[in-house]
Design a protein around this ligand. Sequence first.
Ligand SMILES: [Zn+2]
Ligand SMILES: [Zn+2]
Length: 234
Amino acid sequence: MAVKPPGPGVCRTCCGALAGASATLCQSCRAITAVLGPLYPVTPISLATDGSQIYAALVQYKSDHRQLAATQRLRLAGLVEVFLTYHLDCVAPHGFDVVTVVPSSRRPAGSNPLAATLKMTDLLASRVEALLAPGPGKVERNLAEADAYVADAARVGGRRVLLFDDTYTTGAHLHASVAALMASGAERVYPVVLGRRQNDSWPPSHGVLAWSAQPANRWSPRRCVHCWSQTRQL
Ligand SMILES: [Zn+2]
Ligand SMILES: [Zn+2]
């Protein structure tokens, strides 16, 4: 499903639903901004609602069932590849030097399933590096401390980083990772998420979910939240 672009009712940082008509940042982004400072805008590739194909893929690509995980990694790699073929200039207008992922809390850096998936794409494979590690700070729902992750300044300094995470709920892990990369001297960080979760039991979500359900707004690789009003030609 397509993600409604920032605008009335939609957060300008994370494309999440807004509770108030006058707000431009959602509650989670406001809470995280209070600790980390201004946030970098996120590019969500797709909405990931319960029961959607992408939600299933984002669960199963981490499965211990090797065959299932391999199939879903291939599908997600294809999604990333086709999306970036059209929208790399939208996502990273000044280009990128290196690709990295938000660290998994459960797995060592060498076996990160998202990094393995990105290495299956032609566009990104040669530039995927593990730059981030868990730090001493706390990261939990709506709370991201600046030292929740750490990065190696010698490998990050002066580089433009394309940062991926699989699912986005409150964004705490993603924004803490951006903060760690910037604190280590990154020139710029461009955060991208494969699936943006939107809680359908929360009334303010209904407007954005209804928008995404309209046939005219169906997901297309030719449109992203940045260039929604134009249809991209390859
Ligand atoms: Zn937000
Ligand atoms: Zn675009």
